[in-house]
Design a protein around this ligand. Sequence first.
Ligand SMILES: N[C@@H](CCC(=O)N[C@@H](CS(=O)(=O)O)C(=O)NCC(=O)O)C(=O)O
Length: 208
Amino acid sequence: GKYQLIYFNVKGRGEAIRLLFKDNGIAYEEINCGENWLKEWKPQMQFGQVPALKDNDFLLVQTNAILRHLGRKHGLYGNNEQEASLIDMINDGIEDLRVKYLTLIYKNYENGKDIYIAELPAQLQPFEKLLSENGAEKTGCCVGNKRSFADYNLFDLLDINQVLAPKCLDDFPTLTAYYQLQLARPGIADHRESESFKQMNINGNGKQ
Ligand SMILES: N[C@@H](CCC(=O)N[C@@H](CS(=O)(=O)O)C(=O)NCC(=O)O)C(=O)O
């Protein structure tokens, strides 16, 4: 196939991209850059980081740029410009919470876990409101009635937060139903039953 996902052997920032490929039946090759990262791979990357997408000879880094690229190319960016802008808005909100999560995991896990979990409901409330206004518990879409790249990013965000705080969606019926709809999608279910998924840590330091 023409797509290569270059990333480490972790879910991390790569998982939303993998889910997009799998749920839409898009063929891709997974390249583990863990071996020889500093000498071979890091110098190739525009910001010295991964995930990276190779689309034939085109190399793109930055997770959200990759998601938007695939969204544009595979009809996963809404039905019109207003929906595309709302998808951007929600995806930026997802990124904000993902950065908070990653800061906890990599910089402050032991001392920050309890406060992060205590503050998590307030962080999830805006998503509950936005998705319930969109009827996402029925459509499985965070915007409009067509799936977008933000749905894969949000699903992964809800997934990793439930590993950290299993009851974090208990007060959010829309997010609970939305998450279950994603989980039931054949492409996503198959992906999560694969050995590669099961053996993969969520984060590089093994904390979750
Ligand atoms: N803003 C970037 C951040 C990418 C990033 O932080 N990548 C880390 C790996 S991970 O945190 O996404 O798992 C990396 O390349 N680290 C290796 C290095 O910086 O040398 C994005 O969204 O892709």
